[in-house]
Design a protein around this ligand. Structure first.
Ligand SMILES: [Zn+2]
Ligand SMILES: [Zn+2]
Length: 498
């Protein structure tokens, strides 16, 4: 859309081209407007409450707001909305006002019907959330804040393990203060319950809380659990395709990508499973987190496998940390076994699997226990699955990231309708199934990093009825990452005894 700048009530202001009937004004793409101060707040203006609820704490495109441009601009004129440039030109190139991208290769130009420019530049980095270009403004709410109701009681009568309790206390103490804390909890420690009391305190103080996680699966799993224990709280989940975006929610569960839609919204941000964050190279994610929080805020990181940089920050006392080395049920983590299985790549080319692996599969099929078999790449996924299918008579299937029925297959696996599930590393986290053993086929491959192997191993033994699942790394030469993963698991178990 094009905008014009004009003098109105002795003030330089801006307006969408079609709302001003003056052929003498030159319409330009939004990013080319001169700088103007937003109009002051007119407290006698009767604002639209549904607009306030949708836009408060957000940064949205015009297309994302189910209101006419007339309504939106009227709110701007009265100081309730601000416009911000979508894509702006910088000294070295461009900057995306939504995701913070500044990489040249992640911008492109197109012939734009909205601003009638042949070269309207847009951001490719956040394109999956709708196009932000030089002519698209981003809108935020500058009117009064949404007031949350005080009814936010936690309704949960579960009990925390002693490790969970220590971490929960630390979080509760920090609620209402600034700062950051890492909760380093082994896979299966029950980290969600650790959040309950801190979230309750925050909600009751009228603070707004977000739990951000890299994966949609986790959003889908967490949202119903939190809705159950906070039945009186407005809770919304945000992921690609979610339908709760228009809810004025005090507690938000979001994928890290969807954080781009928020601006100064949250007093408390829980960053789940982002092992490298905030010491990673993913600057756009840091940008999203830092913009989504209010100037005073508390950041809580949850991880089973913090990155080396993060561990270093803990060691140097730059980052406070509380560990939960023990699983919820009190049993230690199963320690992986390494099994040499020769040149698995060559074998596979001949349509065969290594003998130790074949023997294990046969035993597994006979035992009736479920197993997840991780393979290093999609390219060998089908082949491995087909060969196993020819060997044993039990139900077997495979999943990968792009699999359209991945969710259904995981459900079938949970329900016991699939006994052997072959997967790429996509299922290294999150899936919790009792009576499960785990194998890594080609564990020496470089996709299997220390943290991936620790996460994969963490799938086994999660239930108190079956705390000792097997974990086997089938390999053609131990990798450093395999050795590190096993050391990591043993150290957590040792800490547990001390
Ligand atoms: Zn962007
Ligand atoms: Zn344009």
């Amino acid at each position: 859309m094009r905008f014009v700048s004009l003098f109105l009530n002795n003030r330089l202001t801006i307006a969408p081209e079609h709302l001003v009937d003056d052929p003498g004004l030159k319409p330009v793409p939004f990013s080319e407007l001169p700088f103007t101060k937003p109009p002051p707040l007119n407290t006698s203006f009767v604002f639209d409450e549904s607009l306030q609820q949708i836009l408060h704490g957000k940064l949205l495109l015009l297309d994302e707001l189910p209101f006419s441009i007339e309504t939106l601009h009227e709110h701007y004129e009265n100081g309730f909305i601000d416009y911000q440039v979508g894509v702006s030109r910088t000294k070295y190139g461009h900057n995306c006002g939504r995701c913070g991208n500044e990489k040249d290769r992640l911008f492109a130009s197109f012939s734009c019907y909205r601003c009638k420019s042949e070269t309207c530049t847009y951001c490719r980095n956040c394109i999956m959330m709708g196009r932000v270009s030089q002519c698209t403004p981003l809108l935020s709410w500058t009117g009064p804040k949404v007031q949350w109701s005080g009814e936010n009681k936690l309704e949960w009568d579960g009990k925390l393990s002693s490790g969970q309790n220590v971490a929960s206390q630390r979080f509760v103490e920090q609620v209402g203060l600034d700062g950051e804390l890492l909760i380093w909890a082994v896979c299966g420690a029950g980290k969600t319950e650790v959040l309950f009391k801190g979230i309750e305190k925050a909600l009751q103080l009228g603070l707004r809380v977000c739990i951000a996680t890299p994966r949609t699966d986790v959003v889908l799993e967490l949202a119903p659990r939190l809705k159950k224990v906070f039945p009186h709280t407005m809770i919304a989940s945000y992921y690609g395709g979610s339908e709760e975006r228009e809810l004025p929610a005090q507690l938000v569960i979001s994928t890290t990508h969807q954080l781009y839609r928020f601006k100064q919204a949250f007093n408390i941000m829980v960053v789940d499973e982002v092992d490298a964050f905030p010491y990673s190279y993913d600057t756009t994610l840091q940008h999203a987190v830092s913009r989504a929080v209010t100037p005073d805020h508390f950041l809580l990181y949850l991880s089973a496998t913090p990155s080396r940089l993060m561990k270093k920050a803990v060691k140097n006392r730059k980052l406070s940390c509380v560990k939960i080395p023990r699983r919820f049920h009190g049993y230690p983590l199963p320690v992986p076994k390494m099994v040499w299985s020769g040149e698995w790549k060559k074998r596979l080319e001949r349509g065969e699997l290594p003998t130790p692996f074949v023997n294990w599969i046969r035993e597994q099929a006979k035992s009736g226990r479920r197993a997840m078999i991780f393979v290093p790449s999609v390219s060998i996924l089908k082949k491995v699955t087909e060969i196993i299918r020819g060997m044993v008579e039990v139900p077997i299937d495979c999943v990968h990231a792009e699999d359209p029925i991945r969710k259904e297959k995981v459900e079938q696996f949970r329900a016991g309708e699939i006994q052997l599930l072959v997967s790429t590393t996509i299922l290294e986290r999150g899936v919790t199934v009792p009576f499960l053993d785990v194998a890594v086929f080609g564990a020496d491959h470089n996709v299997f990093s220390e943290s991936a192997l620790v996460q994969i191993s963490g799938r086994a033994g999660r239930s108190k009825d079956d705390p000792n699942g097997q974990v086997i790394y089938f390999h053609y030469g131990k990798s450093l990452e395999m050795v590190r993963a096993i050391k990591h698991i043993k150290e957590m178990n040792k800490e547990d005894n001390s």
